[in-house]
Write a protein that binds this ligand. Structure first.
Ligand code: NAD
Length: 504
C-alpha cells in the first residue's frame, strides 16, 4: 500500500504543528485556557493522542465574547464589497491548504479521504457563495402604504456564537461561519471536543487571509462549560448550533435569560422510500451511499429503508451485497469508504444499538460486528437490519453510524405513515417513477428537505434545515442572512396626512 504509507507520512508532517498543543484564538492572539488546563484529542485510527487542546471554560468564553463585541462595530461598518473580497481570500487560502485540511480531518475524525478531500473544497465554496451575497445582504424591500412608503433594511445582529459537532467539523464550521461573517457579525466559535483540529486551521487561515483581529474568536472546551457559557453570555446575540436534538433543547433553556435567537440543525432518522416502479439499481446505490458514506455519521443519512412489499426481499438483498463489498480501512487509504468512528465512546453507542437491534428480533443481513481494521481503531462494519418494524428502537432513534434498518410497506398510505412516525423530520428520499405520486407524497412527508429519485445533492441557494425535532430555522441563500441580521422597517409619510389632535 505505497499510497497509504505516503499519506500517513504526509499526515505526520501536517499534524506535527499541533505537537506544542492547540491554543484558543481570542482577539487575534493565541492564548492558553485561563486556568492553564488542557484536554486531549485522540485519533480514532489507533486511539493515540493527536494533541493537547486548551480547555476553555466560562472565563475564556467571557474574554472571547468581549473581543467579538469590541470588534463588532468596525466589522459591521466594513462595506459589503470589502467583506466580499476578504471572504474570497479566505476561500482561496482554504483551497491552497486543502490537502492539509483533509489529512488532519481524516486523522481527527476517522472520515475517509475519499470524502474529506472534497470537504475542504466544499468549505471554500461556502465562503465564496456567501462572499458573493455580502454586498446585497443589507438590502430590503420597499412597500407602499396609504400615504406612506416603507423601506426595510437589514443590519447584522451583533456578535454570535457558533457551536458545531464532530462529524464533519471543517465543512460544517464554514457552513455556519461564512454567512455570519458575510452578514457583518463577529463570532465566537466553540467546536466539538472530539475533533477540534481543523477549526483551529480555519481561524488561522481566515486571519492570514486578512480577516481583522477579534472578528473570529475560537474557544475550545466541553459543551457543559464552554458551550453552556457561550449560550448564556449577554454579549452574544444569537447561537447557530449544529448537534443533537437534546443539546438543542438544553441550549434553548440556557439562552432563555438573555433571550437568545437560536438556529438549530439537529438530528435525523431519515427515510429512503423505494416503490416497486423505481429504478432499483439506482435507488440501491443511493441508499447505500446515503447511509454508509461519511461513516454514517451524517445528519442527512438515510437510516431507515422503507421498501414496497413486492420488492422487499430482492431490494434488501441488493443493498446487503453492496454493503458487504464496501471497503473498510484506514481513513488515509484512497480506496477506503468507511473509516473508524470518531471515538470509542461513539463506537460503543453504535455497537450497543446493533445489539439492541438483534435483541429486538431484527435480522442482521450485513455487518453487525466490530471490524478488525488497521491500528485497532473504532471500525464498525456497514450493517443492514432486515425484518424490522418501525416501533423498534433501531427504527426510531438516531444511531449516527453505518447502520441501516429496512422495513417493508404494503402501499403508499402505509409508507407515509411509517415515514412520518418518528420524532425527527430532517430529510426524506423518495424513489418512484410515478410523478403524480411523487407530488402527492412529498406534500405529506414531514421533512425539511426531500430528494426525489436522488441522493442528497446540495444546491447552496436552497434552504437547508429540518422540521419536528430536527431543527429550527433554515440555512442557505437568504435564509442564513435572515438569522444573522435584524430587519428594520422605516416608514416615510408621503404627504401631510391628518394626525389626531389629542389634548387640543
Ligand atoms: P452534540 O449535541 O453532543 O454536540 C454538539 C456541540 O454542542 C459540541 O460542540 C458540544 O460540545 C456542544 N454542547 C454540548 N452540550 C452543550 C450545552 N449544554 N450547551 C452548549 N453547547 C453544548 O452533538 P455531536 O454528538 O457532536 O454531533 C452529532 C449530532 O449532530 C447528531 O445528532 C447529528 O444528527 C447532528 N448533526 C446535525 C446536522 C444538521 O445539519 N441537522 C449536521 C451534522 C450533525
Amino acid at each position: 500500500m505505497p499510497k497509504l504509507d505516503e499519506n500517513i507520512e504526509k499526515a505526520k508532517t501536517y499534524l506535527a504543528k499541533f505537537d506544542k498543543g492547540v491554543l484558543n484564538r481570542i482577539a487575534g492572539e493565541d492564548v492558553a485556557a485561563l486556568d492553564g488546563t488542557t484536554f486531549e484529542t485522540i485519533s480514532p485510527v489507533d486511539l493515540k493522542p493527536l494533541a493537547k487542546v486548551a480547555y476553555g471554560k466560562a472565563a475564556d468564553i467571557d474574554l472571547a465574547a468581549k473581543a467579538a463585541k469590541a470588534a463588532f462595530p468596525e466589522w459591521a461598518a466594513v462595506s459589503g464589497e470589502a467583506r466580499k473580497k476578504i471572504l474570497h481570500k479566505v476561500a482561496d487560502a482554504i483551497v491552497a491548504r486543502a490537502e492539509e485540511i483533509a489529512f488532519v480531518e481524516c486523522m481527527d475524525t476517522g472520515q475517509s479521504l475519499k470524502f474529506m478531500s472534497k470537504a475542504a473544497l466544499r468549505g471554500a465554496e461556502n465562503f465564496r457563495f456567501f462572499a458573493d451575497r455580502a454586498p446585497e445582504a443589507r438590502d430590503g424591500k420597499t412597500m407602499q402604504g396609504p400615504g406612506q412608503v416603507n423601506i426595510t433594511t437589514r443590519n447584522p445582529i451583533g456578535p454570535v456564537g457558533i457551536i458545531t459537532p464532530w462529524n464533519t467539523p471543517f465543512m460544517l464550521s464554514t457552513w455556519k461561519i461564512a454567512p455570519a461573517l458575510a452578514a457583518g457579525c463577529t463570532i465566537v466559535h466553540k467546536p466539538a471536543e472530539f475533533s477540534p483540529l481543523t477549526a483551529r486551521l480555519l481561524v488561522e487561515i481566515a486571519e492570514e487571509a486578512g480577516l481583522p483581529k477579534g472578528v473570529w474568536n475560537l474557544v475550545n472546551g466541553l459543551g457543559e462549560d464552554a458551550g453552556k457559557a457561550l449560550t448564556e453570555h449577554p454579549a452574544i446575540k444569537a447561537i447557530g448550533f449544529v448537534g443533537e436534538s437534546r443539546t438543542g433543547s438544553m441550549i434553548m433553556k440556557q439562552g432563555a435569560d438573555t433571550l437568545k435567537r437560536v438556529h438549530f440543525e439537529l438530528g435525523g432518522k431519515n427515510p429512503v422510500l423505494v416503490f416497486a416502479d423505481a429504478d432499483l439499481e439506482r435507488a440501491a446505490d443511493a441508499a447505500v451511499f446515503m447511509i454508509y458514506s461519511l461513516n454514517g455519521e451524517r445528519c442527512t443519512s438515510s437510516s431507515r429503508l422503507l421498501v414496497e412489499d413486492s420488492i422487499y426481499d430482492r431490494f434488501t438483498a441488493l443493498v446487503a451485497e453492496k454493503a458487504k463489498r464496501i471497503k473498510i480501512g484506514h481513513p488515509l487509504d484512497p480506496e477506503t469508504v468507511v473509516g473508524p468512528l470518531v471515538h470509542p465512546v461513539h463506537e460503543k453507542k453504535v455497537l450497543d444499538y446493533i445489539e439492541i437491534g438483534k435483541a429486538e428480533g431484527a435480522t442482521v443481513a450485513a455487518g453487525g460486528v466490530k471490524h478488525d481494521g488497521p491500528g485497532d481503531g473504532c471500525y464498525v462494519a456497514p450493517t443492514l437490519f432486515t425484518g424490522a418494524h418501525n416501533q423498534m428502537r433501531i427504527a426510531q432513534e438516531e444511531i449516527f453510524g453505518p447502520v441501516l434498518t429496512a422495513i417493508p410497506f404494503k402501499d403508499e398510505a402505509e409508507a407515509l405513515s411509517i415515514a412520518n412516525d418518528v420524532q425527527y423530520g430532517l430529510t426524506g428520499y423518495l424513489w418512484t417513477a410515478d410523478v403524480t405520486r411523487a407530488f402527492r407524497f412529498t406534500e405529506q412527508l414531514e421533512a425539511g428537505m426531500i430528494w426525489v429519485n436522488s441522493e442528497n445533492v446540495r444546491h447552496l441557494p436552497t434552504p437547508f434545515g429540518g422540521v419536528k425535532n430536527s431543527g429550527i430555522g433554515r440555512d442557505g441563500g437568504d435564509w442564513s442572512f435572515d438569522f444573522y441580521m435584524e430587519t428594520k422597517n422605516i416608514a416615510f409619510a408621503t404627504g401631510a396626512h391628518a394626525i389626531q389632535k389629542l389634548g387640543g
